[in-house]
Design a binder for this molecule. Structure first.
Ligand SMILES: [Zn+2]
Length: 249
């Protein structure tokens, strides 16, 4: 298989298995308590912080120097910030109490997750161009990060007793853009070292924006005591340990 084919496959697996896994967990356990929900959303955000700071940025700096890496990071944050301005602000949580709005809420949450899966895919695709191990490790970390997101989009559906098939179909669909992002990341990053450094930096900036703008605030909104913050710290630690165990560096 070509590296572009591999990137698309790893992206699809990380996206779909992650969010679908979250959907399955929610079918088994139903709606988690606020304590659990805030912890796992924080955990998901913590993994992102670790990937951005300890995997994507160092790899980008090493490829073409700190200047290109930072340029990519700033571009990624600005692009996502702009998209956030022109589209309705979509959070991972639905705080709607009216049951007729739950399906719509789940669709919006799913759309938000699907959109932010694009840069996560770009990271995986560009990562695989950098090295197989690095890209595959990113795929595992992103997959793990996606599980709480699958859970977040399923929770409102289950409150209106949507069928299991609907949950499966929606969580699968939300994971698909990761494959598209990975294809784009592999194609863009394959041009040159600078293009690769820019792509990794771009993905890092986009992910940093989403984490600070959506995941962490949502985790804090539901917190009981410091559950959100402990979740974030746990996610950072697990992200660093896993990337070391997976031999990404
Ligand atoms: Zn995500």
């Amino acid at each position: 298989m070509t590296v572009v084919g591999r990137a698309t496959t790893v992206g699809l697996l990380a996206g779909v298995l992650g969010t679908l896994g979250g959907g399955m967990v929610s079918l088994l356990f139903r709606k988690p308590s606020d304590r659990v929900f805030s912890s796992i959303l924080g955990f998901s955000g913590g993994i992102m912080l670790a990937i951005t700071a300890f995997d994507l940025m160092p790899e980008s700096f090493e490829l073409a120097g700190i200047g290109w890496g930072i340029a990519g990071l700033v571009m990624g944050a600005i692009v996502v910030g702009f998209i956030d301005l022109v589209t309705p602000h979509i959070h991972f949580l639905s705080t709607d109490k009216e049951s007729s709005k739950f399906v719509r809420a789940s669709l919006l949450v799913g759309l938000g997750i699907a959109m932010h899966n694009l840069p996560e895919g770009v990271a995986i695709g560009a990562g695989l161009i950098s090295s197989n191990r690095f890209g595959a490790g990113l795929g595992v970390l992103m997959g793990l990060h996606n599980v709480p997101e699958g859970l977040a989009m399923s929770a409102p559906l289950l409150r209106v007793r949507s069928s299991a098939w609907r949950v499966v179909a929606m969580t699968t669909a939300a994971g698909l853009p990761t494959g598209i992002g990975a294809l784009a990341g592999a194609l863009l990053g394959g041009h040159s070292r600078v293009a690769l450094a820019l792509s990794l930096g771009f993905a890092a900036g986009a992910m940093l924006f989403v984490t600070c703008d959506e995941l962490i605030p949502d985790a804090q909104e539901l917190r009981v005591g410091h559950t959100g913050t402990y979740g974030i710290v746990t996610g950072v630690v697990v992200g660093i340990v896993l990337s070391t165990v997976l031999g990404m560096h």
